[in-house]
Write a protein that binds this ligand. Structure first.
Ligand SMILES: Nc1nc2c(ncn2[C@@H]2O[C@H](COP(=O)(O)OP(=O)(O)OP(=O)(O)O)[C@@H](O)[C@H]2O)c(=O)[nH]1
Ligand SMILES: [Mg+2]
Length: 330
């Protein structure tokens, strides 16, 4: 990794990995190019950024002309973060969405039931996480927009069908299919340092239908035939087995903290609907979420929480902690 990348560079890089539109991608790449230290050691990376920017500009220009959206389906982010459900046909992706959220996707005992991505909100304590169900991926076919959804997600769940003998191979097909592209699954999320287009999304392996006949034997076989370094959560989406540990882990992987806000005029903070910010983010990041006027206008805040004495006065650079109560002063 090239030395001395600035915090702004790393932030832009993280935003680029998750960018939801070509315009956003372009903006992030431009920041990265501007922020990258200019010396021999970064020549390669600079060149790679420049060619990406040129390519994107051409794409955006041609999309404008034809009125076409080359990046396909976009689902607005909602909740504390986004988790995408992936797998071969019939693995139980839609069943899992139905089990963890109030969404009502079509669930059917034959493959290729789901044709379009469908979001649902999974509750966790007093917040929610967005789950997105997708059409199946096979050795021969993946909907092109699924790449963008994977890159934009905070987490992927890769389902394995333990209910049938083809399940393991079908899951391996998904790994192979994505492994041959620049959108891959891995134990942690990161961008490849030597090729900024190569993105890895953190993934949990979710063997499903553990209630089915022969499922435990297939699970053993899976360990033998398809060893991966992905953390594993065995479930039955239909019988609701193993769902609570999975729900907790999904939330944990969003890597956010909850913050309750209070206006100086209000007696009590709003304890119903916390804001969520990424772990490590500051009061300035929260201010931008609460209202655009606070970005410039925030003078200071008082915080009640585990990291500070009650009503401590803090400034923009204060790092937020889970369950902080923050009183914002313009
Ligand atoms: N026994 C058992 N059956 C399940 C389980 N989860 C899902 N199924 C069944 O498996 C079949 C496929 O489930 P879906 O949720 O439609 O599968 P999918 O992955 O969304 O399938 P596609 O949309 O075709 O990719 C349905 O008949 C479900 O009832 C489970 O945990 N146990
Ligand atoms: Mg489905």
């Amino acid at each position: 990794m090239p030395a001395n990348l600035t915090a702004q560079y790393l932030k832009a890089e993280e935003e680029y990995r998750r960018a939801a539109t070509p315009d956003e991608e372009l903006r992030c790449l431009q920041v990265m190019l501007q922020e990258i230290p200019k010396h021999k050691g970064t020549d390669h990376l600079q060149a790679s950024l420049k060619s990406k920017i040129a390519k994107l500009k051409r794409e955006i220009a041609s999309d404008k002309k034809t009125g076409k959206k080359s990046h396909g389906v976009r689902i607005p982010r909602q909740g504390a973060g986004t988790t995408i459900l992936l797998g071969g046909p019939n693995a139980g992706k839609s069943q899992l969405l139905a089990a963890l959220t109030r969404a009502t996707p079509e669930v059917a005992p034959y493959p290729f039931t789901t044709h379009a991505p469908m979001p649902g909100m999974m509750p966790w304590e007093d917040v929610t996480v967005q789950l997105i169900d997708t059409p199946p991926i096979t050795a021969d076919f993946i909907e092109p927009y699924v790449y963008g959804l994977i890159r934009g997600a905070d987490l992927a769940l890769l389902l394995v069908d333990l209910g049938g003998d083809e399940g393991i191979e079908q899951c391996q097909d998904v790994l192979d299919k994505l492994g041959a592209t620049k959108t891959r699954l891995a134990p942690t999320s990161y961008l490849d340092e030597s090729d900024v287009g190569l993105s890895f999304t953190q993934t949990l392996l979710v063997p499903n239908k553990i209630d089915a006949d022969g499922a435990s034997e297939r699970l053993d076989l899976m360990h033998e035939l398809m060893p991966t370094d992905l953390p594993e959560y065995v479930i039955s989406a239909q019988q609701a087995t193993g769902l609570e540990p999975l729900r907790d882990e999904i939330y944990r992987r969003m890597d956010v903290v909850r913050v309750y806000t209070k206006l100086p005029s209000a007696k009590e903070p709003n304890m119903d609907r916390p804001f969520t910010v990424r772990r490590g983010q500051t009061l300035a990041d929260l201010a931008g979420q609460v209202h655009k006027d606070y970005i410039e206008g925030l003078k200071f805040a008082r915080v009640w929480g585990t990291a500070v004495h009650d009503a401590t006065v803090v400034k923009n650079d204060y790092v937020l902690h889970d369950k902080d109560i923050v009183e914002l002063h313009m």
